[in-house]
Design a protein around this ligand. Structure first.
Ligand code: HEC
Length: 564
């Protein structure tokens, strides 16, 4: 059967290179794929539908060999052979179908792929996928849902093929291949990935209202990219993947569908059912439908010319009023991770109100966290903040700002970075509210090596009647889940944020669309679950016990509060 397995993978690989996400799922020609016959008739007890025992009773019926899992299996079988024969055939088909399809059917995106890039062992099944995003999106919850989908497909293909492994027959997986609409429905059922933030919180933007978007690059796709993706996908943007021209987009279409279906792109890890955020990165179903139609049609360019790509200024916050540079610091040769307190001496002759700020590290792999007090707190992947109208951070005249930087690198060489912070100032009379950032943190973490579910929490009691405008939580690679809730003095508890699958890469600032009143005495709880096992693909070292320090983990959150 290794032979069959190999053919399956090679054919799928060949198909996948070209076809994965390029063709509608129902157009992929799987007629050459053959499902495994790894489990033989006699390996499965026809009465109990579980693996038969090596010393179980053996018998033959209508030319087929059987073996039981209990001593009486043969006698039970003989009483109603037709019934057991049928159930056995179907279960055998299902098992073998799952055995082969789990290797070429991505559990996250629900798509055919050649496997081989990622593998998981879940539910006693060996899963494989080639989609680079899956390793970022996949969580334990995907597998039961994926198994259910494979079972449904097994049944459909069984009905179609009559359960015959006939060489050269029409595809044994026919019926497993679904149309795009069905795929979308399945994806919704299974609550896959991070769903795009709901349309309730982020209604159709003005540019989209009444827009006639065609599924061609020039006719609609470029407009969607401009509004939803180019902010990161452009030269100098957060991602090296450039979507500013038709040609450059074509280099990156392989994972387009998968990343949209799984919700990996645009990146926004918050559960859409909890809270409305003004800075949510979203895309509506309507736009996705245009993109899927374009993908399915193999990326037509369309008539005419593409709309001009929007101009982006050097900084996300727009033209800054001031750019400050952090003091020079050389990270010593043998250091692999450290917190360093630097002092940034500002020299403004009078108080300034900061309304937007942005960090730029030359090397975002070296400078991984920067807490710069009134200048802001930043992570790569989320390097800027624009405060709501009328809200400002106060920077005192001539203030010496203490900045805490976390550096991470390999041992063996010194490293240095020039990190800049760009600032935009507001007029004092336009600022109605001063924001203060309250840090909620748990310093007593002790995550055992290999622990799959380590829970920790941190609490903060609100000191005076306030309004919450933003939350900036931070966990590192071992973070798995995070929730923030508020227990109001009256006894009521509100959920403020839910991140079902923590992504170290996407440590976002969650700016509330409507500020939430938190009366004095409210207790805000930040609860996190960590996965320090080898199952967590982000985990740098599952063998290590981890504490809350520069090299280890963290549980912290900045609450942006303004007075009520
Ligand atoms: C906040 C920034 C951001 C936004 C907005 C964003 N992306 Fe991305 N995207 C990234 C980054 C960063 C990567 C690199 C992936 C990585 O490092 O994991 C990426 C990777 C991708 C890839 C994978 C390329 C490959 O084959 O490896 C695709 C496809 C993609 N994005 C599509 C989109 C689309 C489509 C949109 C808009 C609907 C979008 N992205 C919006 C930041 C963003």
């Amino acid at each position: 059967m290794r032979y069959v397995r190999l053919i399956v993978v090679i054919v799928a690989a060949a198909l996948c290179q070209r076809a994965f996400a390029l063709l509608p799922a129902n157009a992929i020609d799987l007629s050459k794929l053959k499902i495994s016959e790894k489990q033989k008739s006699e390996d499965l007890c026809p009465v109990h539908l579980v693996p038969s025992k090596p010393d179980g009773p053996k018998w033959e019926y209508e030319g087929v060999k059987y073996r039981g899992s209990t001593p009486d299996a043969k006698d039970v079988f003989r009483k109603e052979p037709a019934k057991y024969v049928e159930a056995h055939k179907e279960k055998l088909w299902e098992n073998n179908f799952i055995e082969s399809m789990s290797r070429i059917w991505c559990p996250v995106t629900d798509q055919v792929n050649p496997g081989g890039l990622e593998e998981w062992f879940e539910l006693d099944i060996h899963w494989e996928s080639c989609c680079t995003f899956c390793s970022q999106t996949v969580s334990e919850e995907h597998f039961p849902a994926a198994l259910e989908r494979l079972k449904r497909r097994a049944l459909e293909s069984y009905k179609l093929s009559g359960g015959k492994y006939v060489e050269g027959a029409a595809s044994p997986v026919e019926g497993a291949i679904r149309s795009e609409t069905e795929l979308a429905a399945l994806t919704k059922d299974a609550k896959l990935g991070a769903v795009a933030a709901s349309d309730v919180c982020n209604p159709e933007p003005a540019w989209l209202k009444g827009a006639k978007l065609e599924p061609t690059y020039n006719g609609g796709v470029a407009t969607i990219f401009a509004n939803r993706c180019l902010r990161c996908h452009r030269p100098g943007g957060l991602s090296p993947v450039d979507f500013t021209t038709y040609q450059s987009v074509r280099n990156w279409t392989k994972n387009m569908q998968a990343s949209l279906v799984s919700g990996a792109m645009p990146p926004w890890p918050a559960d859409p059912a909890v809270g409305c955020f003004s800075n949510a990165l979203t895309i509506t179903q309507k736009e996705k439908d245009v993109l899927f139609a374009w993908i399915n049609a193999q990326f037509p360019r369309g008539e005419g010319a593409a709309p001009a790509a929007p101009m982006f200024s050097e900084w996300n916050i727009g033209e800054p009023d001031e750019v400050l540079t952090l003091p020079e610091y050389v990270v010593p040769k043998d250091t692999v991770a450290e917190y360093k307190e630097l002092v940034l001496e500002t020299s403004f002759p009078e108080d300034r109100w900061i309304v937007a700020s942005e960090l730029r590290a030359e090397d975002p792999f070296l400078v991984v966290e920067v807490d710069a007090g009134p200048l802001g707190t930043f992570y790569p992947g989320n390097p800027f903040e624009t405060l709501p109208d009328g809200v400002g951070r106060l920077l005192k005249a001539g203030e010496k700002v203490s900045v805490r930087v976390r550096y991470v690198k390999e041992a063996g060489f010194e490293a240095q970075d020039e990190t800049k912070i760009a600032l935009k100032f507001g007029k004092a009379d336009a600022i109605k509210q001063k924001i203060s950032d309250s840090r909620v943190a748990q310093t007593e973490l002790k995550i055992p090596a290999g622990a799959e579910k380590y829970e920790a929490r941190a609490e903060y009691t609100v000191k005076s009647d306030s309004k919450l405008v933003s939350m900036l939580p931070n966990l590192r690679e071992r973070g798995n889940r995070l929730t923030i809730s508020a227990a109001l003095p009256g006894g009521e508890t509100t959920q403020l944020l839910n991140i079902p699958r923590w992504r170290y890469k996407w440590r976002m600032r969650y700016q509330l669309r409507d500020a939430i009143e938190l009366p004095k005495g409210t207790v805000v709880t930040v609860a996190a679950v960590y996965d320090n096992s080898a199952k967590n693909t982000d985990n740098p070292d599952p063998e290590a016990e981890v504490k809350a320090d520069a090299t280890g983990e963290t549980l912290e959150c900045w609450l942006g509060l303004v007075p009520k």
